[in-house]
Design a protein around this ligand. Structure first.
Ligand code: NAP
Length: 209
């Protein structure tokens, strides 16, 4: 049984603005209450600020003030909420998982830039053994999850030819690598300055402007 402290360190949003101006490290931030049914508590080892959240942080949105920043994370599961027979969880204490903070949890104040967080169990996946935790924080967060959803929805198969628009960006550069790894032919669209980068990610053809 892991001993969870009552307070923790967390980077907290104090007002609207750029992260470097508005984030403050609090040493006595309340640790979230234990996970409820369908939730887990994670001890965070790596976290990442997401570009979308950085944009939100710049807006004067009162609900963002006094919340913990950060969306994407990797860490160890330290508690699993009581499960119901209808939704058995295959996430276990001690497992290293990665994921992203869902919007509803974010609005309630949860953030990845903290020592502990509580999220729905379905917002994480187990970290693959061969993947470093530091890399997994970027890959298993919202950009990676977006890719997983797109690739499943498109029902792509080995040998398909795929055009990736925005291939040099955070989402697109992961798409290029995943699609090539799955055996697809990738044509990337990006600015001329990023052509070499997208080729390094695996694009076979590039339409650059
Ligand atoms: N990052 C995430 O975690 C995430 C998750 C879910 C959804 N999204 C959404 O996915 C989209 C891409 O996000 P991102 O994080 O990948 O953004 P990003 O890193 O800023 O990349 C933007 C991409 O769009 C291209 N681009 C920019 N202006 C363009 C234009 N006028 N015409 C054609 N291409 C243009 C850029 O190409 P060049 O720079 O080479 O021109 C780059 O490849 C956004 O709508 C974002 O809200 C992002």
């Amino acid at each position: 049984m892991v001993d969870i402290p009552k307070t923790m360190k967390a980077w907290v949003v104090t007002r609207a603005g750029k992260p470097q101006d508005v984030l403050e490290l609090k040493n006595n931030w309340p640790t979230p209450p234990p996970p409820r049914t369908g939730e887990i508590m994670v001890r965070v080892s790596y976290a990442a600020l997401n570009p979308g959240e950085v944009k939100i942080m710049g807006m004067a949105l009162p609900f963002k003030v006094n919340t913990v920043a950060g969306m994407d994370f990797v860490g160890e599961v330290v508690q699993v909420g009581p499960s119901t027979p209808k939704s058995p969880s295959d996430v276990l204490v001690g497992m290293i998982v990665g994921g992203t903070i869902p919007l509803m949890s974010m609005w309630r104040g949860a953030g990845a830039l903290s020592e502990y967080l509580v999220v729905p169990v379905d917002s994480v996946v187990e970290k693959p053994k061969g993947l470093k935790e530091s890399v997994a924080a970027g890959l298993l967060g919202i950009a990676g999850q977006t890719n997983a959803v797109i690739i499943r929805a498109a029902n792509l198969r080995e040998g398909n030819k795929v055009l990736v628009n925005g291939a040099s960006g955070g989402v697109g550069s992961i798409s290029v690598q995943l699609l090539r790894g799955m055996g697809m032919h990738v044509t990337a669209v990006c600015s001329a300055k990023n052509e070499a980068f997208v080729r390094r990610q695996g694009a076979e053809e590039v339409c650059s402007l």
